[in-house]
Design a protein around this ligand. Sequence first.
Ligand code: GLY
Length: 394
Amino acid sequence: MPQTVADDKPGTYDVVVAGGGVIGLTAAWTLANDGHRVMVIDPEPGHGAAWVAAGMLAPANEAYFGEQELVRLLVAGAHRWPSFAAALEEAAGSSIGFEPSGTVVVACDASDRAALDRLLAFRQSIGLDARRLSVSECRRAVPALSPAIGGGAEVPGDHQVDNRLLVTALMAACRGNGVEFAARKVVGVDLDGAGTARGVLTDDGTRVAARTVVAAMGWQTGELGGVPDGLLPELRPVKGHILRLAGRGALLGRTVRGLVKGRSCYLVPRRDHSVVVGATVEEMGPDLRVQSGAVHALLDDARTLVPGIDELELVECAVGLRPGTADNAPYVGWTEVPGLAVATGHYRNGILLAPITGQAIGALVNGTEIPAELRPFGVGQRTERAHGLGASGR
Ligand code: GLY
């Protein structure tokens, strides 16, 4: 049942989305497509974790031991991407750089090779498409790879999109569909006397009335005021550094992921010949400092895999904060506060899961069925499971 306030008031939005990251924007666009009057509130929409990302759509390379239910969700999320990309490009009138070309994953030394082989066997055992490659096969697929790599695998189903073009297009598509934006920060949910959400409060003291509130503020979602204790998910910021390197010609034709002495690293080529290198995974709290050690480690690992990056210009070093949860899976669904839904905790998979999450939020508000693969990730179910699990820190 949709949990909305029954009485319509003039000036009341159908839905206010707190947070204009890739999840909030996709939800807003989906809701506006369904005819809802929507407002997105964010001081800098599009500039959260999704801005400092590489845009990999990687159900196989993000599949880890013990996370089979999450992997089913990642695969379902990936299936939605081709049609989502086409619809968004048409609505926004601009490209989002969706590249459905596979990924090559490589190992550096013998222990990386052994770790990669174990992951490969696991991924194949749960039906994911991945094929072992020799060193020469890796280098035929990606000639810029170092001859010193220790072999790898082909992962045809892991694709990519240009994350910055994506959020820019989402904002254009939202605006084109009548979504309103307010450049403020949501600090709390406004509840009526019966404890039902009737809008939000922003940092300048404004109250924005809405029949439904969708909280999509990434790792800060759990800090929303006004909600009784224990009813919002527990989240933590997981710091990630990325680098952007600019080149004059194409160094890489496809995404490369690698294990370098146990550390993971990826290089994602863009159509403009730049390369995104990422990413660190750091439990540092809400720390946005760019640190030289992390930049050094990323450059070191990236040039071990692809020595030609030495010729590129280092044009950006940036930090983002992923919304981490106890078991690396998202929270999408109604909370126990009537009228308040959450869509957060997507950790390393926010861009991959944006279309299916947007669809689920649309379904919640419309009172229809959410995609089956997201059902285990409703707030109640997730909270129960989170209490039995510790952070893996991946
Ligand atoms: N999705 C890759 C990362 O979070 O680094």
